[in-house]
Design a protein around this ligand. Structure first.
Ligand SMILES: [Zn+2]
Length: 279
């Protein structure tokens, strides 16, 4: 861990350091060898939190974006269950920063425990299996209501550049056609020629294909943000009533601002704020 209690306050590891675990109270020893990431370890026993994942530089880099008091925050549920959140913001949003794969059972128990939480997933181990394709208009825009998109899939070169049918055309022949259930054949259009109305409605949504996905993240009940080591995060979303999956790009700076500002995890990156320190 990054912190132990030393003389009652959170302390980073230091050579020869001794402290206590904030969660279980047992003794901890600082590990500050030349070839390890400096950390605290429980004396002679495993970590007291079964959910704890050994930290990587990636974990530390995420946590370092937040004030010390927001990192490794002990969280106690009403029934007395206790865990250590990676990050908990002053507004009460928990951020779990996850590098390894996870079972459905563990994901569900953490979501039930923290409730108001988001996942930040290290996407670099599967980046080669995660293809990003064409942009999609804002699903709330007027134009989006008219379009049925073909699902992008690796090697489907047409769909990957953007292929769609128009409800307005379908309804000329089938006045009662409903987008969510439309299964007929329709004239197919493509984005190969730029469509200014669709482009103008772009706000960050994009089609993707995740080959051999880590499926638990597609089933998550809390928002999932994938970090591909870019300056934006890919939030997993369902685009529209057809069930089409998409990502929504959120600038990291926006994410970090919003988790410190919003009260509900679902409101992150849903509102416009003038961000400080943008030049
Ligand atoms: Zn402990």
């Amino acid at each position: 861990m990054e912190f132990a209690l030393v003389d009652g306050s959170k302390h980073e590891p230091f050579a020869g350091g001794r402290g206590n675990c904030e969660m279980c109270g047992s003794s901890m020893v600082a590990k500050c060898g030349p070839r390890v990431m400096h950390h605290w370890a429980h004396f002679g026993r495993r970590n007291c939190d079964p959910w704890w994942e050994n930290e990587t530089q990636w974990h530390r880099a995420w946590k370092s974006q937040f004030p010390v008091e927001c990192r490794e925050v002990v969280h106690v549920a009403n029934d007395g269950e206790i865990h250590r959140a990676d990050i908990k913001t002053p507004t009460g949003i928990v951020i779990e920063v996850q590098h390894s794969a996870m079972t459905d059972a563990e994901r569900l128990s953490r979501e039930a425990f923290y409730q108001n939480m988001v996942w930040v997933i290290d996407g670099t181990p599967f980046k080669q299996n995660f293809d990003l394709y064409h942009y999609l208009p804002d699903p709330k825009s007027e134009i989006a209501q008219d379009l049925i998109w073909h699902k992008a899939k690796r090697h489907l070169h047409g769909a990957n550049r953007g292929m769609f049918a128009r409800m307005s055309e379908i309804r000329l022949h089938e006045p009662n056609a409903v987008k969510a259930t439309y299964k007929g054949v329709a004239e197919v259009h493509s984005l190969f020629r730029a469509d200014s109305k669709i482009e103008a409605a772009y706000r960050g949504h994009q089609q993707y294909d995740w080959v051999r996905p880590r499926g638990t993240w597609l089933d998550a009940t809390c928002p999932v943000y994938i970090d591909f080591d870019e300056d934006w995060l890919a939030r997993l979303e369902t685009y529209d009533e057809t069930g089409l999956l998409c990502i929504f790009r959120v600038a990291k700076q926006k994410f970090i601002h919003d988790v410190m500002t919003e009260v509900s995890a679902d409101d992150i990156a849903t509102r416009f704020y003038r961000l400080p320190n943008l030049d």
